[in-house]
Design a protein around this ligand. Structure first.
Ligand code: NAD
Length: 352
């Protein structure tokens, strides 16, 4: 492990599968140009973990994250149908990654909406995703009735609401909107609404609070997304709304995610391993680069995160360097070189 004054924050690096190694390498090149303070411990997970060590989530990888409490992760392939359980879900459970944070921000003007900047804080461990499901057979039909239960705890609701309001304070955000369905799921999401409102009262005068029923929120995100600042919601609603929000700013290709937990924080791109593009050198590294910016915020290096976001904006909008998925012709390497040039130019400007 590298450990010196500059690289003083140990962090686990997982290249992942498919395009993972390409976009992770690209991101590390940019982080090196920024002089980011991470001392990387490199490990495997997903298909490459299975192939190299016989386990899609090897013990050595888990031990590293337990030690560093911080990870940057490329996408991991999960076999559909049979095969092993998603390593992403296992990581979430293992490290109690209770908050999934996704920021949807306009990077490319000229889309359907301009100047969007909304953050969604999704509860990641409870709700309808706990998987308490079963069938009741009737006659010859073993699946005649399907039953699923959700679980929300007051402690879990409080924890995610506190995270959202604290996030708002730390990041200069003005308002938190609590999204629920308490008119119908009165217990499950009623508890969420009640608890989040209690938490919000402690932030009176610092962060405004309002609430929306999820279906109305989904519509209003399309009609007038600028009314939202930070949204906090339960697991299933958060899953759906965060994809909707990514759609407002051009899709999953530019969407980063932070998974924040009691025991660790893991940063990743929202997209998957894109096996159709693997090895071709054309994958867009933007989502992972933006995840790295969130990781820099997390370790209180907002200065470097801002520098990175600015360099990305300049590369896309002034230099017009873009990968194929954004209508450009740049390879992964060409895009990264353009971002690095911007970072270096900014550095020179700051030192002169
Ligand atoms: P995907 O996100 O990998 O790909 C969907 C489409 O988007 C493809 O056409 C792909 O080429 C394109 N795409 C994705 N990322 C891109 C990028 N950076 N640049 C340019 N184009 C990009 O989704 P999928 O095909 O449904 O899933 C593939 C694998 O990834 C599956 O095994 C799935 O389980 C896994 N997955 C992992 C994660 C994760 O690790 N967080 C998330 C989603 C899916």
């Amino acid at each position: 492990m590298q450990f010196d004054a500059e690289k003083s924050i140990p962090a686990t690096l997982i290249a992942g599968d498919g395009i993972g190694p390409e976009i992770v390498e690209a991101t590390i090149t940019v982080l090196d140009a920024l002089n980011a303070p991470f001392a990387w411990e490199t490990h495997k997970a997903g298909m490459s973990g299975l192939e190299a060590l016989g386990d899609p989530l090897p013990q050595i990888t888990l031990d590293s994250i337990r030690r560093t409490r911080l990870a940057l992760k490329g996408p991991l392939t999960t076999p559909v149908g049979g095969g092993y359980r998603s390593s992403n879900v296992r990581l979430r459970e293992e490290f109690q990654l209770y908050a999934n944070v996704r920021r949807a921000r306009t990077l490319l003007p000229g889309g359907r909406y301009e100047d969007i900047d909304v953050v969604l804080v999704r509860e990641n461990l409870e709700g309808l995703y706990v998987g308490f499901e079963h069938y009741i057979p009737i006659g010859n039909d073993p699946h005649a009735v399907a039953i699923g239960s959700g679980v929300n705890t007051r402690a879990g609701c409080r924890r995610i609401a506190e995270y959202a309001f604290e996030y708002a304070v730390r990041n200069g955000r003005k308002k938190v909107t609590i999204v629920h369905k308490a008119n119908i799921l009165k217990a499950l999401t009623g508890l969420f609404l009640e608890t989040a409102r209690e938490v919000g009262k402690h932030y009176e005068g610092r962060v405004k609070m309002d609430d929306r029923i999820v279906d109305a929120c989904a519509m209003q995100l399309v009609l007038n997304p600028w009314q939202f600042d930070v949204i906090v919601t339960t697991n299933l609603f958060g899953d759906i709304l965060s994809d909707e929000m990514a759609g407002l700013v051009g899709g999953l290709g530019m969407a980063p995610a932070a998974n924040i937990g009691v025991d660790a924080a893991i940063f990743e791109a929202v997209h998957g391993s894109a096996p159709d593009l693997a090895g071709k050198g054309v994958a867009n590294p933007l989502a992972l680069l933006l995840a790295a910016a969130m990781m820099l915020d997390h370790v209180d290096r907002n200065d470097l995160a801002q520098l990175l976001r600015k360099a990305i904006d300049q590369t896309l909008n002034e230099d017009k360097v873009r990968t194929g998925d954004l209508g450009g012709t740049a390879s992964t390497t060409e895009f990264v070189q353009a971002v690095v040039r911007r970072i270096e130019a900014d550095r020179k400007l700051m030192m002169s």
